[in-house]
Design a binder for this molecule. Sequence first.
Ligand code: LMR
Length: 393
Amino acid sequence: MFESLQPMPADAILGLIVEHKEDPRAEKIDLGVGVYRTAEGETPVLHVVKQAERRLVDSQDSKAYLGTAGNPSFNSAMQSLTFGQAEAADRMLTVQTPGGSGSLRVAAGLILRARDSATVWVSDPTWNNHVPLLGGAGLLLEPYPYYDGETHEIHIDAMLEALRAAPKGDLVLFHACCHNPSGLDPSEEQWRQITDVVVERELLPFIDMAYQGFANDLDTDAFAVRHMASRVPEMIVSTSCSKNFGLYRERVGSLSFLVADRDTRDTLASQVSSYVRTLYSMPPDHGAAVVSSVLHDAALRERWIVELGAMRNRLREMRELLHGALKEKAPSHDFSHLVRATGMFCFLGISVEQVGRLKKDFGVYMVDSSRINVAGITPGNVEYLAESIAAVL
Ligand code: LMR
């Protein structure tokens, strides 16, 4: 049966975890997969998560099934976290999903159930897994210009022009904040312009918000979602709690739909339920139960916001640190885009060949596109990192 299968290449991001782990060099640096790390290189469980987990162990009295939509109190808390106090709550549906990827996958299935020839416009570039995940589910994907690798800025005019030319009814995948991989987001003014085009062309926004709280505070990072929700009749939002709650391996995410009216919402709820049942039956409970207890408890929520702020600030400081070190080690090169970007990622702006040399000669690991996860930078390794980068320029 399986002899006809050919081996697949390792995933561009996940493959780096293994390569870095197997590298015996003590000075190696992992700037690959998007996980937060402390200055000691650890990815600890948030204190607030530990606290909520202890409470859960004591208070949970059943492990019986919850159903295809997951935990209702998680869903209501995530809907508010995503949309704020939305006026259109009776046109909204939110379900718990296995991570942000599970959310994107369920969204893809529902889009295809509604329209089998749907086209989704995706930013060029976008997260390495967006195209395999959404395209693999059967959606047609088209790129829209986003990042200018020369100037390290957003191609806003080209982006708006491409969206103006998109056929009515097509979907557009946006990153709500901390664009992965570039780290560059439209300003609020630019989001307003983008929304005008979305409304004018009757496009359907499909927003991926995997880093809420990593660029700015939770509300500022949700600007694009909330602004669009106030202007469009329909939209889809996928969220992830992997980064902002540090719950990576627990697989916690949500999928929200804003639809035309309450009846459509109810029909959609039955469709989502039947779709999820055929895919994974129902989402895992634990991580979402943790998030729900944090978001519904004022003291825990406050503590979470403080821990999230500390992660965000460390990322910002590490960008500044690397930028400063590169100014010294490679003074003729401009790396100022490193500090213009936010969140976990940005491009270094070097070639695949230079990325290869960094890995081979210095044990510095990053995605081939030269996307770096700034959480891998520490005060202890930044000198070595900047010297290594300068050596391959
Ligand atoms: C990343 O882009 O590195 C993260 O979102 C992790 C992943 O699953 O790729």
